[in-house]
Design a protein around this ligand. Structure first.
Ligand SMILES: [Zn+2]
Length: 185
């Protein structure tokens, strides 16, 4: 598996969307880290101007099926059609574990939203592993945004799943909540 992330819009786009709503003149520079943290934490609509391509290579087909449920991300998945791609097995011999490539074209808010469910221990293990890795890659280019990517329990104080994943009852939980709050302040 390999994951590559590219930011395809700029923080200036986010800043200027916010300034537009305030009837302020547009700017050409990047906002400060302090401002970035503020808008990430507030999750105001200009954050949706920050767009990314997240490219997954060789992930199991069933992981791509989990990720396409997040309807505010535009997915592109490599074809499994034997009649188009001469390398594919006949349909009846293909497996849900077969590797596919997937691109998600999505905004910063959707990355935060996907993290709420796919970082929870109730997510299927391989899907959780893939998303943990995506956030790790994100942390290399957008550390502030990566800090905002947390499971639901960090947001809501408990695991909201039908049957709790149990993380919010563990010793690590209060420390993780503190880290989350401190790193975005
Ligand atoms: Zn949970």
């Amino acid at each position: 598996m390999k994951i590559e992330i590219q930011r395809v819009t700029s923080w200036t786009d986010v800043l200027n969307a916010a300034r537009f709503t305030q009837r302020l003149p547009l700017k050409s520079g990047e906002p400060s880290i302090k401002w970035k943290k503020k808008i990430i934490k507030a999750e105001h609509s200009p954050l949706r101007c920050l767009m990314f391509n997240i490219d997954f290579y060789d992930i199991p087909y069933y992981v791509s099926v989990h990720l396409v449920r997040h309807v505010h991300a535009q997915p592109f998945v490599s074809t499994s059609r034997p009649d188009i791609d001469g390398h594919q097995q006949p349909r009846e011999e293909q497996h849900k574990t077969d590797p596919v490539n997937m691109r998600l074209f999505l905004n910063a808010q959707e990355i935060i939203n996907i993290s709420k469910v796919r970082l929870c221990n109730k997510a299927e293990k391989e899907t959780q592993k893939v998303w943990v890795r995506a956030i790790y890659e994100l942390s290399k280019i957008e550390p502030e945004l990566a800090w905002a990517c947390q499971p639901s329990c960090i947001y809501r104080g408990h695991c909201p799943e039908f049957k709790s994943c149990g993380f919010s009852d563990g010793e690590l939980f209060p420390l993780k909540v503190n880290d989350y709050i401190n790193n975005l302040n």
